[in-house]
Design a protein around this ligand. Structure first.
Ligand SMILES: Nc1ncnc2c1ncn2[C@@H]1O[C@H](COP(=O)(O)OP(=O)(O)OP(=O)(O)O)[C@@H](O)[C@H]1O
Ligand SMILES: [Mg+2]
Length: 293
């Protein structure tokens, strides 16, 4: 079966498997047997700081899983664990039936994990197009080598790479700025450029660390549309975000962290009415969506 990702056709035999209606399943029930990502007893300590504590959950294909929580709750640390940037203190991570615990970041990328960063990681001396092409190196021979060697095969690979990058820029609404230097692009465009670059690796699971931070409501709404289109195309999205309007609008499932632990989880409706969540964000008197509207 093939699924469309960012307007592209991506071969994905695993997408033939049945998608569960619930977003989470008992983590010890299925890992090693299906197509999702499964985390069991995951913890990360920095000295005496328990940044992530004993988390177990599963992600399901084509769904939007949000992770929310106050500053310092462990959200970015969790993404760093799920991308192989950090070695877990305890616990295991299975992706599509494979135990990736302890493997380096490139193994997670090769297994289909892509990400954006809380702090922009753009090459400001490159154009938008070149930035996206850097995200494609896992899939094709893009970059310096084809330019230097200029064999027909490599020239074709480079052309395909540019065309793919251009399609991704169009997908995120930056088609007209392909040749713009990144240092001349506004912040909102750079946030979308990061998404395009992450998509260049054709991730099955895309982790977004605060993609709407610093964006105005119109730009945030555009990010919501992008996220939904990705999920509809079969990409699993993990969204870390403080913008509650965005989270509540796009999420199939929400995991709430506090001090590295699971505080609550469920649908937007369940989470927004959970007294523990309201307490953790604002104190018992207020509703969570007022926090960062
Ligand atoms: N590399 C590190 N070394 C030491 N402590 C760290 C490191 N990374 C994170 N921490 C600590 O772990 C805890 C969780 O941090 P993390 O950045 O994961 O939180 P967060 O939920 O992403 O917060 P925010 O919403 O502010 O981005 C914090 O106490 C933080 O200071
Ligand atoms: Mg963070």
């Amino acid at each position: 079966m093939a699924h469309s990702q960012a307007g592209l056709t991506v071969s994905d035999p695993a997408s033939d498997s049945t998608m569960a209606s619930a977003c989470t399943v008992p983590a010890d029930a299925t890992h090693g047997t299906d197509d999702g990502l499964h985390v069991q007893g995951l913890s990360k300590e920095f000295g005496g700081i328990h940044a992530v504590q004993d988390l177990s959950f599963s992600l399901r294909e084509g769904m939007v899983h949000s992770i929310i929580g106050p500053n310092g709750a462990g959200k970015t640390t969790l993404l760093n664990l799920l991308t192989g940037v950090y070695l877990p203190s305890t616990g295991r991570i299975h992706i599509r039936g494979r135990d990736l615990t302890g493997l380096p970041a490139h193994a997670f990328a090769a297994a289909g994990i892509g990400r954006t960063f809380q702090n922009l990681q753009i090459f400001f001396n490159m154009t938008a197009l070149e930035n996206v092409m850097t995200g494609r190196h896992l899939r094709e021979r893009c970059g310096l080598l084809p330019t230097l060697l200029r064999t027909p095969q490599l020239r074709r690979a480079e052309r395909d790479c540019r065309e793919h990058a251009l399609r991704l820029l169009k997908f995120v609404g930056l088609g007209a700025q392909a040749e713009s230097s990144a240092d001349a692009m506004p912040y909102g465009a750079l946030k979308r450029l990061e998404i395009a670059r992450a998509l260049a690796g054709e991730p099955k699971i895309l982790l977004l660390d605060e993609p709407a931070a610093g964006l105005n409501p119109t730009e945030s709404a555009d990010v919501a549309v992008l996220i939904r289109r990705l999920a509809e195309g079969g990409t699993t999205v993990v969204l870390v975000e403080h913008n509650m309007r965005l989270v509540m609008g796009v999420s199939d499932h929400i995991l709430v962290l506090d001090y590295g632990r699971r505080l609550a989880e469920g649908t937007a409706e369940q989470v927004r009415n959970d007294p523990r969540v309201i307490e953790a964000y604002l104190g018992a008197a207020a509703q969570p969506e007022q926090a960062h509207a």
